[in-house]
Design a binder for this molecule. Structure first.
Ligand SMILES: [Zn+2]
Length: 255
């Protein structure tokens, strides 16, 4: 009898400890940028659309391992129109929306001088660098949209607590990507958290960020970006950042 009570107590303790936070309520939508006829940035025979899909698949596995539910806007090589990506997040009632991209610069002479990881949240900005990166990423999704419509789209979402929450989410994700990458690659540049008018984030009525995982135009970074180890560390960092953000919000407001 004593033995039975002992094992009951042990199993109760074990279940109690192993429980941890219940994450099955939290759906994460991951958006691999570009796809299909839109290759995104191209350099050294490598395409942004392939890289971001590889990282997205790793993210899917890592989020699931942690107990989250996951939905991908694309799980293969296809193009989605503007609005389709964030509409999916709204329809599925996602907790957060994460769009994955890789960066590029136009000036060939500076290819190996510009590198690093940056995380963006939606906001108008006067910063020329953020504007030019947003313009490149926006080009494909905005085909056929006139200037007036573009401004209406952006203005319709620029106020409200969503921006503050997206900013907080961006900080947690950026910090954790850097922590994971720097554990082995100590020279990765922290490009920080930045506001930019990315149209892919418009319409998502939940915390939404866009991660530029590195510069495909930088030869050192391009080589690393296409290795499984580097991609694993990026994915782990994003998942840790999102978990930290969600756990903190839960403590604050029952998010
Ligand atoms: Zn992109």
């Amino acid at each position: 009898m004593k033995k039975i009570i002992f094992w009951l107590a042990v199993s109760f303790l074990f279940v109690g400890c192993a429980g941890g936070p219940d994450r099955s309520e939290s759906l994460i939508v991951i958006d691999a940028g570009h796809g299909g006829g839109d290759c995104g940035a191209l350099c050294g025979g490598k395409q942004e659309k392939d890289l971001v899909l590889q990282i997205t698949k790793k993210l899917q596995r890592e989020f699931k391992r942690k107990g989250y539910r996951v939905y991908l806007t694309r799980g293969d090589d296809r193009f989605l129109k503007l609005g389709q990506r964030t509409k999916i997040a709204d329809k599925k009632d996602a907790k957060v929306f994460i769009s994955i991209h890789a960066n590029a610069i136009a000036n060939h002479e500076r290819f190996d001088l510009v590198e690093g990881v940056e995380t963006y949240f939606l906001q108008k900005t006067r910063d020329a660098r953020s504007q030019s990166i947003a313009a490149r990423e926006n080009a494909a999704v905005l085909q056929g949209t006139d200037e007036l419509s573009k401004n209406v789209i952006i203005d319709s979402v620029l106020n409200g607590p969503k921006i503050i929450q997206s900013h907080k989410l961006a900080i947690d994700v950026q910090n954790n990507i850097m922590k994971n990458l720097n554990s082995r690659y100590t020279d990765v540049k922290n490009g920080g958290v930045r506001p930019a008018p990315f149209y892919v984030l418009v319409g998502a009525s939940r915390p939404s960020i866009l991660v530029e995982v590195g510069y495909i135009t930088n030869s050192k970074e391009r080589k690393r970006l296409f290795t499984s180890d580097y991609q694993d560390k990026i994915a782990k960092g994003i998942v840790e950042g999102v978990s930290r953000y969600i756990d903190n919000r839960k403590r604050e407001v029952g998010f």
